[in-house]
Design a protein. Structure first.
Lengths: 64, 250
């Protein structure tokens, strides 16, 4: 075990800013990518549903 | 034997057939990524000992090196798909190349970012224009160029051809990054892990780095599959099966 206490763990031997700055930003970016993908899927599904409705009702060629 | 028949493999090159297949794979790769991340983080912080020279700052290595490896590896895989798309004109390979690019760019940025934060306490500077750092920055610009070029051309076939060509020309940068620490005098240290020699670090440190790399790798596959499924739906939106699928999932 490397750490005497939780505060010890957070302090990272005085390198807290560098270590947590690296791990934090990495975690943040992975999270943002996943959230963006989920949002994109929702928008995409709404668009497809709209397309399907247009096809059913009018049947006209849509470029959307 | 089903696995040896050409028809068995060809069915996966059709976007319609690949869509549900990819959907089945995503939860597995997500689970693998989560397991490797938990084990990797545990090894990184609780098993790997404090470095006698760098203290705790060296723990940045456990994400810096995997991110840098992934940035180059994803680029190579992207080029293979782009090349397949150019030669065989398969739409799915082009979509796979496009699906990998944003994640590759992200890992390139993270390699640079964590490198800067590791550079400050060890070298005394966040950034230096040495060959390793500069060529990795060029890799980031190559990813950006690929994504921008694809977005600038409306016709997907032409966009894939132009951006695929750019990606393949840019592959010259990968050996430059990899060998930069041997070819030039760089502030960046040489490789601690090579294919031909035993790693020059403690076994637990090496294990942490490998498991974190596996976590990033599995994450990349899961995310790329999610993205390629969206690209399939977007580009096939005039096909009946896509609209039926959207209505079924409502």
């Amino acid at each position: 075990m490397n750490w005497g206490s939780f505060a010890d763990f957070l302090a990272m031997g005085g390198y807290a800013f560098y270590v947590w700055g690296s791990y934090g930003v990495t975690a943040l970016f992975l999270l943002i990518e996943v959230v963006l993908l989920m949002k994109r899927r929702r928008t995409l599904m709404q668009r497809l549903l709209r397309l399907a409705r247009i096809n059913r009702e009018g049947g006209y060629e849509s470029k959307t | 034997m089903q696995l040896f028949s050409k028809a068995f493999w060809l069915q996966f090159s059709s976007p319609k057939a690949f869509y549900p297949f990819a959907g089945k794979l995503i939860p597995w790769f997500t689970a693998l990524a989560a397991v490797f991340a938990v084990v990797g983080l545990y090894l990184s912080f609780f098993v790997a000992p404090t470095d006698y020279q760098q203290g705790e700052s060296y723990r940045i290595m456990f994400i810096h090196v995997p991110a840098a490896w992934m940035s180059m590896f994803i680029y190579l895989v992207m080029c293979i798909y782009a090349g397949l798309g150019l030669v065989l004109n398969t739409r799915l390979s082009n979509m796979m190349a496009a699906a990998l690019a944003p994640t590759g760019a992200m890992f390139t940025f993270l390699a640079l970012w964590t490198g800067a934060l590791w550079g400050k306490p060890t070298w005394g500077t966040y950034w230096v224009w040495d060959a390793r750092l500069t060529s990795e920055l060029i890799l980031l610009f190559l990813y950006f160029g690929y994504i921008a070029l694809q977005a600038a051309i409306d016709d997907p076939q032409r966009a894939a051809r132009a951006s695929g060509l750019l990606a393949i020309v840019g592959v010259i940068n990968i050996p430059i990054i990899y060998f930069s620490v041997q070819w030039w005098n760089t502030l960046h240290q040489g490789a601690s892990v090579t294919v031909t020699q035993a790693p020059t670090m403690a076994a637990t440190m090496f294990a942490a780095m490998i498991v974190m790399t596996l976590a990033f790798w599995m994450y990349t596959i899961a995310v790329a599959l999610v993205r390629v499924r969206q690209l399939i739906l977007e580009r096939e939106r005039h096909a009946a099966w896509v609209l039926e699928l959207a209505e079924a999932e409502k």
